[in-house]
Design a protein around this ligand. Sequence first.
Ligand code: CUK
Ligand code: CUA
Length: 764
Amino acid sequence: MKRATLHALSLLVASALGLSAGLSWSADSLQDVMKKRGLSQQDLLAAAKTYVPTGKRDEFLAFSSGGHSGQVIVYGIPSMRILKYIGVFTPEPWQGYGYDEESKAVLKGGWINGKELTWGDSHHPALSETKGNYDGQFLFINDKANPRIAVIDLRDFETKQIIANPVFMSEHGGAFVTSNTEYVIEASQYAAPLDKKFVPLEEFNDKYRGGMSFWKFDRKKGRIDMGKSFSFELPPYSQDLSDAGKGPSDGWAFTNSFCSERYVGGIERGRPPFEAGCSAKDTDYMHVLNWKIGEKLVAQGKAKTINGHKVIPMNVAITAGALFLIPEPKSPHGVDVTPDGKFIVVSGKLDTHVSVYGWDKIQAAIKARRFEGKDAYGIPILGMRDTLYTQVQVGLGPLHTQFDSEKCVAYTSLYVDSQVAKWDYCKGKVLDKISIHYNIGHLMTMEGDSASPKGHYLVALNKLAIDRFNPVGPLHPQNHQLIDIGNDKMQLIYDMPIGLGEPHYAVAIAADKLKPGIRYKLGTNSRTDSKHPGAVRGGEEKTVKKGKKVTVYGTLIRSHITPEIIDNVNVGDEVTIYLTNLERAQDETHGFTVGGFNIHASVEPGKTVTLKFKADREGVFPYYCTEFCSALHLEMQGYMLVKPKGWKAGKMAKAEAKVYTKADYEKQHKTNLDTQAVIDSVVAYITSVNYKDFPDVVALVDDAFDQLSKTKDVKIKMDAAVKAQDWQNATLWAGQWWQYQVKAADIGLRAKTYLEQHHAKKVK
Ligand code: CUK
Ligand code: CUA
């Protein structure tokens, strides 16, 4: 151990003095590499377009649905480097999501009927908008299987809220937001009785219903306000995707449907299957709803209450002029409002066209009450001929549409053709096509569903990868392909395997719109954004025992957990551990677990978490920090001792004999003085340059001095031991002094390296 410390110190000294091993550059030329790896000019161009050199960052950030994983995947564009998985509907151990009490409470918001759900079929992420543009504040995502919506705060990329839809049994048309994120939209998918009661399928047409929910978003609180939310009752037509109007169509929302036949299946009874019965007609219906009128109807008390939730009955919405239908061809999937809000693009899966409806035409028909009839529920139907602006033949199996920064230019995914079509919706013609691999579902351009798309790149979210990647068994990776759309011809530039399925939709935002924090205010419950009652500051740590309840108010800081011993627990006690991370430094997260109790916390700087469990068996339970946070990370440990019933302290052997001598103390003391010399040299360098011009370095310097400041108290204890000739404690306290020095030196050197790499200038 002593040798290891000396080695570490000599490394510190060497690097402080700027000594390093001689650099040897590879002699490969670009031509050599191309030849060796079989790369073409085209490959090289693609590489140059996507490669993000070390230390550089991506221009856009994508938030992809994690599909069945119930998570959100964050990656950079154009590098396609994965940055984070955000735990949303599914516990995520690294982030302690679902293993500490705060995040368990978030997940519990999404329980249905008291049933814990640990997965979700997440489909559509949506970024919060202001005037139709992404504002970088919040992200929403839906769960199709268990009709739910989640709210993620982009200040810390944490899930803050999950709500379960009280009237749907499944959903799909969420999450989509209105232009100023007044509401988060969620449309049902498979129809069912809204009160969630049993009704035989024979009464499908009368009693089964679809719907569209408008979840009121309280931006200030960053939470959905369920009490101020409402839904429209809709016919049992299998509503599918939705979108909100913008600009001239603001206040309206659209959702399409794929089984307006109202077919109920029964293949095992000799009936044709759903797929035949649900695609029999040539058209289905796009629903056109006015949520601003909906708001008023609720305020006027015209909504019914079902399962504690306000639902506007169809006849009420019809009378108020808030609900219309428009025929759309055939089994459509996507419905996408153009950036200017003037057109609505619908793709019929079983049609080769995209249909572009004109908002002015729809409005004119509504105004003139020009209806071609009513459906079985009395909803006025606008004529297709009256509302259609144009139809463009784009190819087989059109699904979803996104928009370019160039006016009138759209991209539509072609599932059956395995292609992306670039087309012009003003002129009604196809401009270009590119093949993808394979069977594309959604596609995404940069900010491509907002009022001002940014162009540059398109990502194809493909359903099948087939032969694209190294085989990893019958279940293949998902394939996101990056396409350069900066020129007239689209160019495929990157294949990105994703080992989590199945991502449906993704949204991408200019990276500079995001301003996530790097630390919490000390003692924050990150899931409620409020002061945590279990938070303590350094020096205030305590363990309280009341009856069968043991409560620990602990802290974490490099490199120790306070307390290090919890020894007042008896079998059967309920243990609550509050932990506050006292760090202010960037990226200094500590983790925490006590083995065997299925608990884990990720405690980022400033955060306070709660771990709760029953000490249901006697024994010795080590606990430790689970993040490699510092050189002495492994030593960031402790013991919880759970005593059996009736255990009494008898005569115990001394745990540790006194082993250190005066010579040990003096040796350690000398090491400390040498280390201080290293630190001084680093400090001298840092203060000799304009380090204050670099906020990152200022933060490092603050952190280093913070570590060093702790040596004062330690030195007093050491001196007292020396005075008492207690060489055991004198040596250990000297060692602790050195620990703080090493941490300070580590941070100081990081600052020095940064300054050297950024060519800091000498100051006088
Ligand atoms: S859906 Cu999956 S490809 Cu849920 Cu938006 Cu179209
Ligand atoms: Cu803290 Cu490892």
